[in-house]
Each structure stands twice: as C-alpha cells, then as structure tokens.
Design a protein around this ligand. Structure first.
Ligand code: ADP
Ligand code: MG
Length: 256
C-alpha cells in the first residue's frame, strides 16, 4: 500500500515544490517507487521534473474531472526516477468546474486508489492556498509534510494550516495528521532562525523532522535545468540534506 503525503503550507515561496521534487528524487534513489502529483496550476513541480507543462496530453486536470485515469495520464520523469501526474494552468479551471460536481473533494482519492499497489510513496505538491485543489490533496493523504522557514511569523502562519488539517481530520479524512515540520532554507548563522527552530522543537516535539535543509543556491538553480537538485548536483549540501530526509522518511514510514 502506498504512503500518500501532501506537501502543504498555505504560504507561497516556502519551499513546497523544492521539497516535493527533491524528496521524490531522494526516495527514488533509495529504491522506492514514487508518484509525484502536481496539484499547483503553476506547474512548477512538473517543469522541475523535466516535463514541459505546455505540451501535456493529459494532466491531473483530466483525472480530477474523471476523463482520464492516473495510469493513462502519468508521465515518467526519466532522469529523476519517478512518475509524475503533471499540471498546468488548465488546472485553475478545475477549481470552478469541480464546485458543481458530486464528491468534489474526493476525486483525487478515488483516482489514487486505482494505482495504490504501483507505488511505495505518493507525494502531492499543493498550491499556496487552502482551496478545493488542496482539499482534494488533504482528503487523499495519510499525512502532511509542512516545509517552513524559521522566521518570525512562522508559528503564527502554521495556525491556519493546523486548523484546516484538524477540520479535514474531523469531517472528511480520519487518517489525516501532520507527519512533520521540515525546516528549510535554514541558515544556522542567523540567530533568529536558531531561536525559531528551538521554539518549533519546544512546541511540536518529535513532529519536527531531524533533517534540516540548508539554504543552498544549487537547489534554486536546478529547476532551470528541469531537474531536482538531488539529480542536478548530488554533491551539493542541499541535495545531500534532501537525500538524508528521504532516508528519514523511509525509516519513519512503517510507523505512519
Ligand atoms: P513553494 O513551492 O512553496 O512556492 P518553492 O519550492 O518554489 O516554494 O521555493 C521558492 C523559491 O525558493 C524558489 O526559487 C526555490 O528555488 C528557492 N528555494 C527553495 N528551497 C531552497 C533552499 N533550500 N535553498 C535555496 N533556495 C531555495
Ligand atoms: Mg510551489
């Protein structure tokens, strides 16, 4: 049975997509069968996996509207070692079209059930909002991975997400929980970041992942080559950290 995780945070630019593609590549390196689901109409995870979002025959949009199955719509990210259910701007329309449909929040869950045996991990890259798309992700998942920067308002920003997860857990998906908070773009020389990191650990305990992802320019350069940092430059500090994070996830997975 596949472990299904959303990478979510309603803030933009916090490292969701970077975490999704690099964790996917790290898990693939560790021999895991991985499906990456791009749920963001910006299609950054799609492009960052080397798939041209302007030339998709089928995408997650078709899956949500039930005009294609995942098996039909999935594309292999050859150099990355994982499969991608890709996205482009068309997906923004799904938000509106879904409103009129039945079981609109369960579409992705139903589609994923058909490929459950084909993957060890399914990673869902969510858009920076708590929209119908994100809700489809949260209804499908066993848990949420929250990438966050250790900044002054980090804890406040978490409140909305934690409340949404609680509501989805209570009403729609009994499985859902926070798997962990991942500290990203971390710079230990910045005193404030160390302080916020300590606060996070005090507040959330073992819900804070052991692995810390440093700020590393190679991770930011990789998407322009259509590759996750882990594949683009495996020796970079940031790539090594994501490989370590993948190992932490493999270790934790049986208990999740
Ligand atoms: P989100 O998906 O949450 O909007 P992204 O993953 O796209 O965030 O990251 C936002 C920006 O920060 C991107 O330009 C990305 O390349 C950069 N970035 C993400 N993580 C790191 C990191 N660890 N070090 C340096 N740059 C990073
Ligand atoms: Mg993104």
């Amino acid at each position: 049975m596949a472990k299904i995780f959303c990478i979510a945070n309603q803030k933009g630019g916090v490292g969701k997509t970077t975490t999704t593609v690099n964790l996917a590549a790290g898990l693939a390196k560790a021999g895991q069968r991985v499906l990456l689901v791009d749920l963001d109409p910006q299609g950054n995870a799609t492009m960052g996996s080397g798939i041209d979002k302007r030339q998709l025959e089928l995408s997650v949009y078709d899956v949500l509207l039930e005009s294609a199955s995942i098996a039909e719509a999935v594309v292999k990210a050859e150099k990355c070692g994982y499969d991608v259910l890709s996205a482009n701007r068309e997906l923004a329309g799904a938000e509106v079209e879904l409103v009129q449909l039945e079981h609109r929040d369960q579409r992705l869950k139903t589609a994923l059930a058909a490929v459950d045996g084909d993957y060890d991990f399914v990673l869902i890259d969510c858009p920076p909002s708590l929209s119908m798309l994100t809700l489809n992700g949260l209804c499908s998942a066993h848990g949420v991975i929250v990438p966050m920067q250790c900044e002054y308002f980090a804890l406040e920003g978490l409140t909305d997400l934690v409340n949404t997860i609680k509501q989805v857990h209570a009403n729609l998906n009994k499985d859902l929980k926070i798997i962990g908070l991942l500290r990203v773009m971390f710079d230990p020389r910045v005193t404030l970041q160390m302080q916020v990191s300590d606060q996070l650990k005090a507040h959330f305990g073992d819900k804070v992942f052991d692995t810390v992802i440093p700020r590393n320019v190679r991770l930011a350069e990789a998407p322009s080559y259509g590759l996750p940092g882990v594949v683009f430059d495996p020796s970079a500090k940031g790539s090594q950290a994501y490989v370590e994070f993948a190992c932490e996830m493999v270790k934790r997975a049986p208990t999740l």
